[in-house]
Write a protein that binds this ligand. Structure first.
Ligand code: ADP
Length: 301
């Protein structure tokens, strides 16, 4: 807190006193700090593949190209690292559009059961490769919702792809949709460490106890992606939506992750006036729940 005191004297009016200006600089400093961290992270994330590409290109130049098999392997590495950089830059551009509110929503009437079946279908090949079984459950009566289909597809793709990445062979993934009454959807985004409860859980809660409906927020739809994967240690839960935050950097990198998937998901959900929360038990599994206000008509929220 910055306090500035300015004495005032107005003898002609017989007034004297002090003006006190209280300025909360902690918030400002925190923003500045996280901006610096973000730039450092981006630089590091881009530098790593670039360094790899440079050294493999040099090795090719210095003779590896003459050995066919070795040459092919090195070119493969260069291609992989290039693809990683493209993914990273694409994610960064997407985030920056969402940040600057250019990510306007193009809401359309969307059939929820279909949308969830389709996301499961998109990943059926990857799931089959790991012998992961998938189930989609949609509560009776849920049909269409007014949402930006492309953006929500991206959220679901991120969540399902994480569920697959961080689940061992033979695991199970459940995608479910149910009606809830969100507590003030859209306002409870306290995902920084301080906003999480003692278990690191985010303060976004959905709740559908019948008697509570009057007090609670608008009717919403909760879409959950639940896996039986490796889980996340409690101490990491509070930061899991932070940009570039990864429990295990090496594992995420080897899976092709950018560390931005959950941050992007959070921004998209926020733009929809919804909330996203993650709950996890180490070695048991993870559930991510997206709560979206149920806009069924042509409202343009
Ligand atoms: P990444 O590209 O690394 O997957 P995300 O932003 O999607 O980035 O996720 C951030 C981190 O959260 C991951 O690196 C991983 O440590 C953890 N995580 C996300 N989803 C899951 C999950 N379903 N199970 C276990 N860990 C997860």
């Amino acid at each position: 807190l910055r306090v500035t005191l300015t004495p005032i004297h107005r003898r002609e009016h017989g007034i004297s006193g002090t003006i006190a200006v209280l300025q909360d600089i902690t918030e400002q400093e925190r923003l500045e700090q996280s901006r610096r961290e973000f730039v450092a992270n981006v630089s590091h994330e881009l530098r790593t593949p670039l360094t790899t590409i440079k050294s493999y290109a040099e090795a090719l130049d210095e003779g590896a190209m003459d050995e066919r098999e070795l040459g092919q392997r090195f070119v493969g590495v260069i291609r992989n690292e290039t693809e990683r950089m493209i993914r990273l830059v694409t994610d960064l551009l997407h985030l920056s559009r969402l940040d600057s509110n250019q990510g306007l929503l193009r809401r359309q009437q969307t059939n929820v059961p279909e949308m969830l079946e389709e996301v499961a279908d998109r990943f059926s090949f990857q799931m089959r490769k790991k012998a992961i079984r998938a189930a989609v459950h949609v509560e009776d009566g849920i049909t269409t919702v007014w949402l930006d289909r492309d953006q929500i597809d991206q959220v679901l793709d991120n969540l399902v792809s994480n569920a697959i990445k961080y689940t061992l062979d033979g695991g199970r993934i459940e995608i479910t949709a149910r009606r809830v009454h969100a507590r003030a959807a859209g306002t409870e985004f306290t995902t920084r460490g301080s906003g999480a409860d003692d278990q690191g859980r985010l303060n976004a809660r959905a709740d559908n106890e019948a008697g509570d409906q009057g007090r609670q927020g608008p009717p919403s739809i909760a879409i959950s992606v639940k896996d039986t994967g490796i889980g996340i240690p409690k101490r990491d839960l509070g930061r899991i939506f932070d940009r570039f935050y990864r429990v295990d950097k090496a594992r995420s990198r080897s899976m092709g992750g950018t560390g931005l998937g959950l941050s992007i998901a959070r921004e998209i959900v926020k733009a929809h006036g919804g909330t996203i929360a993650l709950d996890s038990e180490l070695n048991e599994g993870t559930t991510v729940t997206v709560v979206l206000p149920l806009i069924t008509g042509g409202e343009t929220a």
